[in-house]
Design a protein around this ligand. Structure first.
Ligand SMILES: [Zn+2]
Length: 244
């Protein structure tokens, strides 16, 4: 289990990896879980939450970077088990009531085909137990308790309600806004709005974060994000991205 510590003393541990990542932020007042993985990983997740070296022990908050099944299939169970509130984007609230979030568009021909197929299969394979979120955020949310030092910003593109967790302006947990599984690219194979996603990379680069922890694969350094952002700027052109 890899753990990073910020200069202000907050810790971020990778407590679930493999198909999907989940992270635990240890603050002075308690722990924050970011994403939950798929249902098959529940036991591992639960064991690592309780066995984590982060101080405080109890789980004070669950943040969902977005509501695809592979990030929130354990959300209802964790909420019940740990008795903790759930924070997510208001833009995806309608999905979690039903327990199904449509799969995002593919960014390549192959991933596009996979999405078409996946959406035909739908909830039986890609659904999750519905749950009631407690905090629905809009553009930005700064945590009072537990905190300080943790804020959440809206980083849409992969989905309309994707959010990222900024820890002490040093580490960003970004969900599927970036992928850490390819050698030379952070470009997600699936995204509902590619231009929005590139604007979100810009937003993330505006933080001073040096380390970006994705929902799938390995950590990404600031250079890798910047390189991909510059490449996308050249591809689309500044104007097309509608930066104000
Ligand atoms: Zn996703």
């Amino acid at each position: 289990m890899k753990t990073w510590t910020t200069s202000s003393g907050l810790s971020v541990s990778s407590i679930l990896s493999g198909r999907s990542n989940a992270y635990l932020i240890g603050t002075r007042t308690g722990n924050i879980l970011v994403d939950t993985g798929e249902s098959g990983a529940y036991r591992r997740l639960s064991r690592n939450i309780n066995g984590s070296a982060a101080p405080g022990g109890s789980l004070q908050l669950l943040i969902l970077t977005h509501t695809h099944y592979d990030h929130c299939q354990n959300a209802a169970r964790i909420k019940q088990q740990e008795n903790c509130p759930i924070l997510m984007s208001r833009r995806e609230a309608k999905y979690v009531q039903k327990g199904y979030t449509p799969l995002p568009r593919g960014t390549s021909l192959i991933s596009h085909m996979l999405t078409l197929l996946g959406n035909q299969i739908g909830p039986p394979q890609f659904g999750y137990k519905p749950f009631a979120p407690d905090i629905l955020m809009e553009e930005e949310y700064t945590l009072e308790e537990p905190g300080p030092g943790v804020r959440v910003i809206s980083t849409p593109g992969h989905t309309i309600g994707s959010i990222s967790v900024i820890v002490n302006e040093e580490i960003a947990i970004v969900g599927d806004a970036m992928f850490g599984i390819f050698r030379n690219s952070i470009y997600p194979p699936f995204a509902d709005d590619r231009r929005e996603m590139i604007r979100s990379w810009y937003k993330l680069l505006q933080t001073r974060c040096e380390l970006f922890l994705p929902g799938h694969g390995r950590p990404i350094g600031r250079e890798g994000v910047d390189r991909q952002y510059q490449k996308s700027l050249r591809k689309y052109g500044q104007a097309a991205l509608e930066f104000s």
